[in-house]
Design a protein around this ligand. Structure first.
Ligand code: SAM
Length: 276
């Protein structure tokens, strides 16, 4: 489902920036015509996924829509927190989250993106089954990601990239150095079980009641409970019984969104710590 506010934003702001070579008047006329013909959904796909000149493309439009839906829900629930994305590739969805947050009025939100900028690590252990993922998949160097984000209007005062393989980069020190606030929405888009395990352990110190977790690769590895993000979340919840994850919606071919709940005692402890 594409919301009206998302459509408005696309028409009036970011589509223009993604396709700056299309004259604005032609852009608007096309939008009106396609809306009249009931083909606007196709227009969105035409507008957003590609900017051939900049090679700024997303892997899945459904992921971008899920991020938008998560941010809208966070906004409606009055969640105070930041956006986290684990696995950036070229940075399109990360940039999209910034536009969607603005469309939802989340002006104070900060954006943290985590990537090796060298693609996937070598899939070992349970990740080594099949040929779904290989070392170096989705590699895009940091300078390119920064250039694309800058070109399309990223506010760097609220945006931070954390570089490195997660075993080295996802540390308590990184959390403290950036003064990271609780998770409002987190997109976990790093494909492998081994990566998702590290992400969830890192996020544990940042979770809050109502946080939205979007697992982009939930049904990879043949939707096996013993692989990938399914296994990582199951093990995380077993190890940290104060958290539960309520399924919210599925997205795309592989994705699944959850809302996180804290047990009553933990909720009260965190509220006390914040002096509420
Ligand atoms: C599928 S791509 C992300 C796509 C992006 N979210 C988008 O929507 O365009 C997966 C990314 O995860 C990163 N990644 C996976 N495991 C990682 C790890 N252990 N450490 C650092 N980066 C990792 C890869 O470098 C790659 O950029």
């Amino acid at each position: 489902m594409v919301s009206e506010s998302l459509r408005e934003s696309i028409r009036d702001a970011w589509a223009w920036r993604v396709r700056p070579h299309v004259p604005r008047a032609a852009h608007r006329a096309t939008a009106i015509l396609l809306r009249r013909l009931g083909l606007e959904k196709r227009l969105l796909h035409w507008l957003i996924p590609a900017c051939p000149r900049a090679n700024f493309s997303n892997l899945s439009w459904a992921t971008a829509e899920a991020v938008h839906a998560g941010l809208r829900r966070a906004c409606e629930a009055g969640l105070d927190g930041d956006y986290y994305e684990f696995g950036l590739y070229r940075g399109f969805t990360f940039w999209f989250a910034q536009q969607a947050a603005a469309a939802n009025g989340l002006a104070g939100m900060r954006f943290f993106g985590f990537d090796s900028f060298r693609g996937l690590p070598p899939p070992g252990g349970v990740d080594a089954v099949g040929a779904e993922f290989s070392q170096g998949d989705f590699a895009c160097d940091r300078a390119t990601v920064e250039r694309l984000l800058s070109r399309f209007g990223t506010d760097w005062s609220r945006t931070h990239l954390v570089e490195g393989f997660y075993e080295a980069s996802l540390t308590a020190d990184a959390r403290a150095r950036h003064g990271m606030r609780p998770v409002s929405v987190a997109l976990i888009d790093c494909d492998l079980y081994s990566s998702a395990v590290r992400v969830l352990e890192f996020l544990e110190g940042l979770l809050q009641e109502g946080a939205i977790l979007l697992f982009d690769d939930w049904s990879c590895f043949g939707a096996s409970e013993d692989h990938g993000e399914r296994r990582a979340l199951r093990e995380f919840l077993a190890a940290h019984p104060r958290w539960t994850a309520e399924p919210l919606f599925a997205f795309g071919g592989h994705g699944q969104a959850f809302v996180v709940h804290a047990d009553r005692q933990h909720r009260n402890e965190r509220l006390d710590a914040r002096g509420e």
